[in-house]
Design a protein around this ligand. Structure first.
Ligand SMILES: Nc1ncnc2c1ncn2[C@@H]1O[C@H](COP(=O)(O)OP(=O)(O)OP(=O)(O)O)[C@@H](O)[C@H]1O
Length: 243
């Protein structure tokens, strides 16, 4: 089967400190600018990962292990310092609540803006508009500026637009957590439905029960490296201190 996602030897470093004290900068200057004034943090270290079309994959690991950074590379919002990331088909999902939303525009305008960013044509959005609003349960607030939305309302609209783009690859970060329980359940059912249709799914979550229900494969990250890639139950077992 064809790969939906191909990640080859990616590295990502973040600059932790841009500035130092005047004294440190002075010492650095008189010493002939030796060394680097900024401190770097290696968030992803030589990560390679192939995900086949139709696979459901959970990215697991402790806080700061690099899961969200890896997901952002798959979505294309971040680029690696070296290595390559390839995806096949339309990629959509929920990485950061409100990303791609314009605060001063209404929910309605943001559906068009976000839909276009995710690759939908105006015609496609017109066609799906009612269904997007219905799924989100935003109701009359669709014409309110989104800066007045609660975080849950943002999530509802963003999730609804993302699933209506009919993506081949669907990415979900932890953010489902801000939805209330009924909406979370609705999202999870929708995610399962997408998986059932053979869509590729990559999920970042600390909810081990949830990922065990949705995903088949687990990829465990530690300090920016993949240390285990196995059926999700085995990875969850290891995270819970099993084997
Ligand atoms: N834009 C950034 N600038 C600097 N450091 C960053 C940036 N984004 C992430 N990091 C750092 O990279 C590391 C990995 O972050 P990441 O968000 O990928 O971890 P995570 O596994 O998703 O963690 P969590 O479970 O807490 O969400 C962290 O130490 C984080 O501080």
């Amino acid at each position: 089967m064809a790969n939906a996602i191909e990640i080859r030897n990616i590295n990502k470093q973040f600059v932790l400190r841009h500035t130092r004290s005047m004294k440190e900068a002075f010492v650095w200057l008189v010493k002939g600018r030796k060394g680097d004034l900024s401190e770097k943090f290696h968030a992803l270290k030589d990560v390679s990962l192939n995900i086949e079309q139709g696979e459901t994959v959970a990215l697991l690991g402790l806080n700061g292990s690099g899961k969200s950074t890896l997901l952002k590379h798959i979505s294309g919002v971040m680029r690696p310092d070296s290595g390559s990331v390839g995806t096949r088909g339309r990629v959509a999902g929920l990485i950061e609540v409100g990303a791609g939303f314009h605060h001063d525009l209404s929910g309605r305008d943001n559906v068009y803006l976000n839909g276009a960013i995710l690759g939908m044509t105006e015609e496609e959005i017109n066609e799906k508009f009612d269904s997007i609003v219905e799924f989100s349960e935003i109701g009359q607030f669709i014409d309110t500026e989104v800066k007045f939305y609660s975080s849950g309302m943002y999530l509802r609209l963003a999730f609804s637009v993302a699933v209506h783009t009919d993506p081949e690859v669907f990415l979900v970060d932890e953010i489902l957590a801000v939805g209330d329980e009924p909406f979370q359940k609705k999202c999870i059912d929708k995610i399962k439905e997408l998986a059932g249709e053979g869509k590729t799914l990559v999920v970042v979550s600390h909810d081990l029960d949830l990922v065990s229900r949705i995903c088949e494969r687990g990829v465990l990250l530690e300090h920016g490296q993949i240390i285990m890639d196995a059926p999700v139950t085995e990875v969850v077992n290891r995270m819970r201190g099993g084997s």
